[in-house]
Design a binder for this molecule. Structure first.
Ligand code: 6YU
Length: 503
């Protein structure tokens, strides 16, 4: 696009996560030069955040490329930048259809300190995977039998276990039911929800999985951000510059949008792309937009869910799990009732931790497990001291293994709910939300009614993607989408008349 000097519209991007970086990159590639990112923190990447545990790289935020195959732009870019291991690049890896529950080598332990046989638990795992798959078939068509995925699973489990597990002995049957509660808690982590009883059955199928066996970045996910930003001009991003309020105009006039920062600075722009997380928007929308968001958009901000999923890394001198183990499940023997929430946060928060993934390869990581915990229990965990979390993890592992001597070397937990610029982990389709809500979240301001939409405020970020919400590729595509919206806007204008004023 030929945007002559002085005719280049000032574009501000709020937030330097992957969606902000993607939007800026595309605009720059199309000749826009007057682009600036305002970022609240001291770093780029947002929820793509790589950290260290001792000498090891760990992911504080996003872990995997979900569905690494040719349709996934994160995979394509990572391949292009040379950030992946050969195994992830094979065609075989890219065609595997595994949804988000790849069959993994699992070790199972119970709350009375027993090692459970994986083959005894397999019927529970299989039933759960089938029910999840069925839950995603409703696709917001209305007339769902029950409101939530949790309710659907519970009702079906009651029916199916009565038939399918009739011949099994009572204790195996009871353990399998408890294992189903464990799977519900694991699914809370996948969805970033407090409870699967809050995930809408109609909307659950809006999420689209891509083929390919999930893979990681051996050098850290942040390598993707660094590569994407490598061609950015210096000073494109202003760090430590939180935006307090966006003053926009509910008409089609040509006045600038004024962005007011926390430090009092006011910056005029022709267009503002807002990429702050939905959790942040839920909490701060009333201060952040003047005039306020239109009602339909605000209702969608409130209806789409945004929950918490945290990790607790635990480092050991030696493993207490099998050599080939990829995932460890912890089954509480008093949870036959398909529960995924605890009655008393203070006393029982740790029961929400469903288990651990084993960081591989061992040669690189040593013996490090990553525990997963979602929901209000996870948010409560964030308020405890590191010593308290370490103590609870030690007690938990000793109890489930029956080995009172196991002692972690180091523990590190994430705190996404108390991160003031994120306020949780990622979005999910809550009860009552539909495809229309995701559409509303991506709608620019002023709303469609205006004949010639001036595109004052645009919205990107993972929660605005219609079917890849909650992922890095969804966030990236949403940034490209909003950049393209502006690119086509100017292509259309230029087809009619040359650009005059920068504002
Ligand atoms: C993925 C994965 N993954 C684990 C954990 C987390 C997330 N995700 P950003 O927040 O990045 O950027 C916004 C910026 O705005 C930020 O820098 C702020 O500082 C800034 N800001 C805020 N307020 C501001 C202000 N006022 N002024 C200026 N700046 C401001 N995704 O693909 N693989 O393995 C995981 C995981 C613990 C926390 C993840 C994963 C989610 C991604 O990290 C996330 O979507 C993107 O990074 C967001 O980028 P962004 O640019 O939008 O925002 C039905 C069904 C569904 C099933 N879902 C299946 C998929 C499950 C997802 N799985 C996730 C799992 C893990 C483990």
């Amino acid at each position: 696009m030929d945007l002559r000097h002085g005719h280049d519209p000032p574009i501000l991007i709020v937030g330097c996560g992957i969606s902000g970086v993607a939007a800026a990159g595309k605009l720059l590639r199309h000749g826009f030069r007057n682009v600036r990112i305002l970022e609240a923190t001291t770093r780029s990447g947002g929820r793509v955040k790589t950290g260290k545990l001792g000498n090891n790289i760990i992911e504080i935020g996003a872990n995997w490329i979900h569905g690494p195959s040719k349709e996934n732009p994160v995979f394509c870019l990572a391949r292009q930048f040379g950030l992946l291991e050969p195994a992830a690049l094979t065609l075989e890896n890219q065609v595997k259809h595994v949804q988000w529950n790849p069959p993994q080598v699992s070790n199972w332990f119970s709350s009375s300190g027993k090692r459970l046989k994986a083959e005894d638990m397999y019927p529970a795992e299989e039933m759960f995977a089938k029910l999840l798959c069925e839950s995603s078939q409703f696709k917001s068509q209305g007339g769902e039998p029950v409101a939530s995925v949790g309710d659907f699973i519970r009702a079906e489990v009651l029916k199916r276990t009565a038939e399918q597990w009739r011949g099994d002995d009572a204790s195996t049957r009871s353990l399998r039911l408890c294992a189903l509660s464990n799977q519900l808690k694991a699914e809370c982590c996948v969805n970033g929800t407090h409870t699967m009883y809050g995930v809408g059955l109609g909307a659950f199928g809006l999420y689209k999985g891509l083929p390919g066996l999930d893979c990681t970045f051996p050098g850290g996910y942040e390598g993707l951000v660094r590569n994407l930003m490598s061609e950015f001009p210096q000073n494109l991003v202003t760090y430590r510059r939180p935006v307090r309020c966006i003053h926009w105009h509910n008409d089609v006039g040509d006045q600038p949008v004024t962005v007011e920062c926390e430090n009092g600075e006011r910056i005029d722009a022709k267009h503002v792309i807002v990429t702050v997380p939905l959790g942040y928007l839920k909490k701060h929308h009333s201060a952040m937009f003047c005039p306020a968001l239109p009602t339909h958009k605000l209702h969608s901000v409130q209806r789409v869910g945004f929950g918490t999923n945290n990790k607790i890394f635990v480092d050991f001198d030696s493993p207490w799990w099998d050599r080939d183990c990829e995932i460890i499940y912890l089954v509480w023997e008093d949870e036959e009732d398909l529960v995924d929430q605890v009655p008393d946060l203070q006393r029982f928060w740790i029961k929400k931790l469903f288990g651990f993934t084993v960081l591989k390869p061992t040669k690189r990581y040593g013996h490090v497990l990553c525990g997963w915990i979602a929901g209000h229990e996870s948010e409560y965990m964030e308020t405890l001291t590191e010593q308290e979390v370490t103590h609870s993890m030690t007690q938990l592992i000793r109890r489930f293994t029956g080995n009172p001597t196991i002692t972690p070397r180091r523990v590190l937990r994430t705190q996404w709910f108390h991160d003031p610029w994120t306020c949780g982990s990622y979005s999910y389709p809550a009860i009552g939300c539909s495809a229309k809500d995701l559409e509303n979240l991506q709608e620019p301001l002023p709303s469609k009614g205006a004949q010639a939409q001036p595109l004052q405020v645009l919205f990107a970020g993972e929660a605005t993607h219609s079917h890849f919400y909650s992922t890095v590729h969804g966030a990236l595509l949403s940034g490209w989408r909003e950049a393209e919206r502006l690119i086509s806007h100017y292509s259309a204008i230029r087809a009619h008349k040359p650009l005059r004023s920068p504002l």
